[in-house]
Design a protein. Structure first.
Length: 454
């Protein structure tokens, strides 16, 4: 769920002014958070303002009138900032529809990739942001870059500045880019993040293209099949039925089905539409997503492929963030969230992490207890733990699964295409048989005369 930024103000116990920001999906939730903070820290809250999108119109000193958009907590804030820039403010008003849309995935990937390339050229990060804000096509991503630039210039820590926008650019991306400034090599972290996002996007596009064409083919075939059985076939076979001529069993059943559709097509379409809408709503719910993700990795052929992709992403993120000492619990959680499967994420957070924290279990035994890691992945992690090089083992596992999933995806696509071809052949054979049955009908002259008499 998209979150919004709210600014609160109040008075402390010593009479000093208090100000801060919170993030919440609605103003009601923000006020609840502020109330909890006020109780905890002992101050009295006065006001809570939402950061909204405002439209402005200004006149430059050269007389040119320019329109634009900017987020702020109040119109006075924008007027003051524009006035300090020497601009004549003509109008500032809140945008009627301020819908937070996530930037397209391709734009996020381009932003990270170009940032990595520019950082390699030793450009300062604020200059990188200034260059990219003009080249990004997505307005929502432009706003994110502007906010990042403003927050970093104001002295905010990079990790906090990026995590503010995790609902827009993704939690993994925000976390990785946030810790890059604290690392010894920003360009290396950006490069790793860009590679990960590109790989993830490439696989999604491959799976989507592999599934869309067969799905459309099957849908069109089913529609043509129903149309033939429901409308075209009765026009021919119905002639014999009108003469009371005995019909072959398959023809008889097909006509009965066509008549049943005539009587119940409204209910059929209503049930189909309700089922589709219900499934989509269920799939978007938190519980539905969890069940679907748990089921997806158990589907024959494609399920194993998706499971290994999830493990590959986990291992790659783990390898980038893991350090031989210190707190790596957060690393495991971030890797689980980045893998793209809520069921695997749930198992890691509710089984693996508690075993490591509460029981002091070793990493491999805790991962095995979750029941979501492949035997090969566990073997590599065990080997890395024994040799003291867990990070390298995770990276090797990620590279291996990347190569394997790339090769197996081609085989999966061919298998799906073969299954669709078999389905089409069976459907065509069925239509051919029921059409050919009509040619076997041999009405007698008495049948025809009786039919004409009736």
């Amino acid at each position: 769920m998209a979150v919004r930024e709210f600014r609160f103000s109040g008075i402390g116990q010593n009479g000093q002014p208090v100000q801060g920001t919170v993030f919440a999906p609605s103003k009601r939730n923000a006020q609840k958070k502020v109330t909890e903070l006020a109780t905890k820290h002992g101050f009295r809250s006065n006001d809570v303002q939402q950061r909204s999108l405002y439209q402005y119109k200004v006149r430059h000193p050269n007389g040119k009138v320019v329109k634009g958009e900017q987020k702020a907590f109040s119109p006075e804030e924008i007027s003051s900032a524009l006035g300090k820039m020497g601009l004549d403010v003509l109008k500032v008003q809140k945008k009627l529809f301020d819908v937070q849309r996530k930037p397209p995935r391709q734009d996020i990937i381009m932003f990270v990739r170009l940032s990595a390339n520019l950082l390699k050229e030793k450009l300062p990060f604020d200059e990188v942001l200034n260059l990219l804000v003009n080249d990004v096509s997505s307005n929502s991503l432009k706003q994110v870059i502007r906010d990042l630039n403003a927050d970093l210039k104001s002295g905010m820590e990079a990790q906090q500045a990026f995590m503010k926008h995790q609902h827009m650019i993704g939690k993994f991306t925000a976390y990785m880019l946030g810790i890059a400034s604290r690392s010894g090599n920003m360009s290396e972290i950006y490069e790793s993040t860009a590679r990960f996002l590109e790989r993830q996007n490439e696989f999604r596009k491959s799976v989507r293209s592999a599934m869309i064409t067969p799905a459309i083919t099957v849908a069109v075939l089913i529609a043509a099949f129903v149309w033939y059985v429901w409308y075209i076939f009765p026009q021919t076979a119905g002639l014999f039925e009108g003469f009371n001529i005995p019909l072959p069993p398959l023809t008889r059943k097909t006509l009965d089905f066509s008549n049943w559709l005539d009587d119940n097509y409204g209910w059929v379409f209503l049930i189909m539409a309700t089922s589709i809408i219900g499934f989509v709503a269920f799939a978007k719910s938190k519980r539905g997503t969890f069940i679907l993700h748990r089921s997806m990795i158990r589907i024959p052929v494609i399920g194993s492929l998706l499971h290994k992709l999830n493990i590959e992403i986990f291992c790659r993120v783990f390898a980038v963030l893991y350090s031989g000492s210190g707190d790596n619990i957060t690393v495991i959680k971030i890797a689980a969230e980045a893998c793209g499967n809520t069921y695997i994420e749930h198992q890691v957070k509710t089984v693996t992490v508690p075993m490591m924290v509460a029981q002091g279990a070793e990493l491999v035994r805790s991962m095995e207890a979750s029941g979501v890691f492949t035997s090969m992945a566990l073997a590599r992690f065990r080997s890395g733990a024994e040799t003291g090089n867990v990070r390298m083992s995770a990276l090797q596992m990620a590279d291996y699964y990347e190569a394997e999933t790339t090769l197996k995806l081609k085989g999966a696509v061919e298998g799906i295409q073969t299954a669709v071809a078999i389905f089409i052949t069976i459907a065509i054979c069925f239509l051919t048989i029921i059409s050919s049955e009509i040619a076997l009908i041999q009405p007698s002259s008495n049948d025809i005369m009786n039919g004409m008499g009736n």
